[in-house]
Each structure stands twice: as C-alpha cells, then as structure tokens.
Ligand binder design. Structure first.
Ligand SMILES: [Zn+2]
Length: 327
C-alpha cells in the first residue's frame, strides 16, 4: 500500500476499523487490484478463504476501508492427466493451486492412501470451479469431481455440498459396515493414525493414536453415533474434550475444542450427529483441528476404518445431492 502512495496518515485511517478477519492471509504471488476512480484511489484484495473482498481507499488526505461481495462468475474446468512423479505435481501441471491438489487427495482419504497406492502413469480426471470477476481469474472454487485409477480400478468421487462443508461421495459406496459417521463436515486430514510420527511441537517420535481433522475454528463437531458422555471438560493436553461410550462398546474422543456445548455434561446421552462443541485449538495444539480417536476394548484403533465419510444422518445434504444430480 505504501508503494501505492498510502502514507502513514492514510494507513492509520484505513486500518482504524479492522475489516479483515483473523483468518485473512495474503499468499506470495496473490493478485490485488488497483483502481483510480475520479481521484478515489482503491486497492482491492480478494479473500481466498471466503467469498469476500476488501477495499482500502484514499482520496486527498482521507482514507478508509470496506468489505465487498464480489460478483463472481463461475466456470468449470475439466482436467485429464497421468500421474508422473507425485500426484500433487501431476495435478499442478494443470491447476495452479495446491489446495485443489490436496482436495483431490481428500476425496479418497477415507478409503485409499493415494501417496502409497498410486502407480506411475495412472490416469486421473477432475472438475474444479474457477471464479472470475469481470475478466480476471481470481481463484479456484470447489473440486466437484475426482477420478483416478488405483491399481487398475477406476474410482470416482463426487462432491456434495453442505451448508457448513461437504463430502466426497461414491455411487458404489461400501462403507455401510462402518459404525460411525464423520465428526465434522469436511474431511481434510492433517495427521493420520500412526505408531511413528515426529511430534510437531516436541520434535521426538511419538505415536499419533488418532485422526486429525483440519477444520476452520468454530466449525461444528458432531457425535459420531449415539451414546453416553463418559467424561467431558478441560485438561492440559487435550484442551476441551469429550469422550463418548457407544452402544457397540466403542469409545470416541474429541480433543482441542474451542468450546463445549454448555447444555451437556458427563452422564448425558447424545444423539448421532448432535453438536458437541466448536472446533478450536485448546490444549497441546498449534493450529485449529479436531483430534479424533476411537478406543476399542481399551486400545486406540485407526478411526479411518470406522468412520463413514458421508454423513447420511443429516438429511438436508441428501436433498442438495439430488439437486446436483439433475444438472
Ligand atoms: Zn491428533
């Protein structure tokens, strides 16, 4: 902004009321737009995580800021390619955004480990939204479709949008034998269940006996099935946590929540899909996420094998899926 002649006085005024959300970040290479309309000099930044843009302006010696809803035009880009090197770099040859490549991995994350299971030359397809304002490409939107050959088998996933997230679904789903529904709406895993992981804070190798869901702060955390709250509260490592015992004898653990639903207490029964609290970063935590774990007969087991990726219990989602089908 200084390069565009916003002086200290302008900056003071422009940032007097902070319009930027805490989560806002500029990434290197991110575009911004400069407009000069009849002496009003404007700089506009697009928020890549939400559908907002932020304007800072100056005119003479005064300055200010405002939030704008961009008028996006969305087109769908279709990509077909082959995996040469890693899947991520293969996707990046067609799509210039790592998030899209990560999202592609997310689409299969409950059933496959694409980092390990893909063969060289495997073909993939995807459809992704691209958002434009006027003639300018601003950002990629949601990954709508993902397809990849895994050991000769063609596997497809379609994105279903929820009011607060979404999931990737498969027509030939075979997750019915999984007892639990997902504890959160999106399914980006930042850490998988493993007996060997370098601890992000302390640095030494330590098992990670749960599954980390990367979620925005404040996202709802749901009970994966009905059951009785064994314990809930706050401790140093887990932060705000809940432990539920289910009818099948399994226990589910939810750690690092920002807040717990104040109407709940130990001993209460909860329904499947009931909100337990909000995602956060309490306890030993560096970035908002849900640490989710399952205990079976006193031992932690890999949750990924117990959880359905698609929350069928939340009926409003099914409607939206049907609507998408018609297009
Ligand atoms: Zn964890």
């Amino acid at each position: 902004m200084r390069r565009h002649k916003f002086n200290t006085n302008h900056l003071g005024q422009a940032f007097q009321s902070s319009i930027l959300p805490k989560s806002f970040a500029l990434i290197p290479g991110q575009k911004f737009f400069v407009r000069n309309e009849q002496g009003k000099y404007k700089i506009q930044f697009y928020d890549l995580n939400s559908d907002k843009k932020y304007e800072f302006w100056r005119r003479g010696s005064s300055a200010g800021s405002k939030i704008i809803n961009p008028n996006y035009r969305t087109i769908i880009q279709e990509v077909e390619g082959k995996v040469i090197g890693s899947l991520i770099t293969s996707i990046l040859k067609h799509v210039s955004d790592k998030q899209v490549a990560y999202r592609f991995m997310d689409a299969f994350s409950y059933d496959y480990n694409l980092r390990r299971q893909l063969q060289r030359g495997a073909s993939f397809k995807l459809k992704v939204e691209k958002k434009y304002e006027e003639k300018e490409f601003i950002k990629y939107g949601e990954l709508l479709y993902a397809e990849v050959d895994i050991n000769g088998k063609n596997v497809q996933r379609r994105f279903v949008e929820f009011p607060d997230g979404g999931a990737f679904v498969d027509e030939e789903w075979n997750q019915e034998n999984r007892p639990f529904y997902a504890p959160a709406s999106y399914s980006t895993f930042s850490s998988l269940f493993t007996y060997r992981r370098r601890h992000p804070i302390q640095g030494y190798v330590k098992p990670h006996l749960g599954l980390d869901y990367e979620l925005p702060e404040g996202a709802n955390i749901y009970a994966v099935s009905s059951g009785k709250i064994l314990r809930m509260g706050r401790n140093r490592a887990a932060g705000n946590y809940v432990v539920i015992r289910h009818l099948n004898g399994l226990e589910s653990y939810y750690n690092h929540l920002k807040s717990l639903d104040s109407s709940l207490k130990a001993g209460d029964f909860v329904a499947q899909g009931q909100v337990l609290g909000k995602n956060g970063c309490t306890g030993y935590c560096t970035k908002p996420h849900l640490h989710f774990a399952i205990k079976k007969a006193g031992k932690f087991v890999d949750p990924i094998k117990y959880v359905k990726s698609y929350p069928y219990h939340r009926r409003s989602y099914v409607k939206r899926e049907l609507a998408l089908n018609k297009e």
